[in-house]
Design a protein around this ligand. Structure first.
Ligand SMILES: Nc1ncnc2c1ncn2[C@@H]1O[C@H](COP(=O)(O)OP(=O)(O)OP(=O)(O)O)[C@@H](O)[C@H]1O
Length: 293
């Protein structure tokens, strides 16, 4: 898909698929095009090129959209004087969803005790829960969450993570956006990383961790170790003071390779955090960068 706003290309020839039964993290720096993509999935924006389908159909062609796709885009989009229950009832009615489902979702998101309170007085976390209740209302198999943990306290963040993992475990398709690698590392099974509207990576989290981390290795007999590591699929670069920088193998695998060759390791240190790997990956695609004076 491609989407332009005036002469600004927000999403630029982006192609990916999201699969059921796992949490797919949609990761990218601010302004990367995540919200635009999610809006396009929901048919809220007209694309300049390409297409998006949900279960093989364009959103507009889905006969009962809320039963197929649930989304949390902007949790503030609630009438402030309406109670939580009424807000959900209105949406249920216009989508032919039985009223009893409203109480079910209120319970699911933990808002039963404030169901009769006006949404305008809700905290950010309560508003977020109400937005999630709307997404779950039609019991859809596909769920989109745009930055759901923004502004939440640790308890709320933990709750949302567990909810998303639970939904995926039920076999649903869960796409969740974030600009924080640390957040995705705790929730996602798979990552779609974008920068400046373009796809940067479409990769399993385990593979990403593997690719994103260097290990600093020191050994008594480098010359024996290097070919073994290369054969095992690693890339080996010389580091400072005779150290080796190894990419593509985990410390355990490096240790095993050394053991098999009878090489004594004197150091084995993982070097990069996931956050660092993500920053390296997206460095060239950051739109708004703070400059150091
Ligand atoms: N309605 C609009 N009019 C003009 N430009 C827009 C509009 N919506 C988004 N953009 C621009 O398109 C680009 C992508 O924006 P988008 O909101 O999709 O990014 P994002 O990855 O969701 O970012 P964030 O994490 O900051 O929400 C940005 O440069 C943004 O300024």
């Amino acid at each position: 898909m491609t989407k332009r706003y005036g002469n600004k290309t927000a999403v630029d020839g982006l192609t990916f698929s999201v699969h059921p039964g796992r949490v797919t993290g949609f990761l990218g720096p601010n302004g990367a095009g995540k919200s635009t993509t999610m809006r396009a999935i929901l048919g809220l924006d007209r694309l300049d090129a390409g297409s998006v389908t949900v279960n093989g159909r364009a959103y507009a062609g889905l006969p009962r959209p809320m039963r197929e796709v649930g989304a949390l885009l902007d949790a503030r989009a609630v009438h402030p004087r309406r109670t939580a229950r009424n807000h959900l009832l209105c949406i249920a009615q216009t989508n032919a969803i039985p009223a009893r489902r409203v109480d079910e979702v209120l319970r699911l998101v933990g808002l039963e005790s404030v169901a009769g309170k006006r949404a305008g007085g809700f905290s950010l976390g309560m508003g977020q829960r109400l937005g999630i209740a709307v997404a779950l209302l039609g019991d859809p198999k596909v769920l989109l969450f745009d930055e759901p943990v923004n502004g939440l306290d640790p308890e709320g963040i933990k709750w949302i993570r567990e909810l998303m993992r639970g939904l995926a475990a039920e076999g649903r398709t869960v796409l969740v956006s974030s600009h924080l690698m640390s957040e995705m590392a705790q929730t996602a099974d798979h990552l779609v990383v974008i920068g400046r509207g373009k796809l940067i990576a479409d990769i399993g989290i385990t593979e990403f961790v593997r690719q994103g981390s260097n290990v600093l290795v020191r050994a008594e007999e480098h010359e024996l170790l290097v070919p073994l590591l290369t054969e095992a699929g690693a890339t080996v670069h010389p580091g400072a003071d005779g150290a080796l920088i190894v990419t593509g193998l985990e410390p355990r695998e490096i240790g095993r390779a050394a053991l098999a060759a009878g090489v004594v390791l004197t150091e084995l240190t993982p070097q990069r955090s996931l956050e660092q790997a993500y920053m390296d990956l997206t460095r060239d695609s950051i739109e708004f960068q703070a400059s150091v004076a």
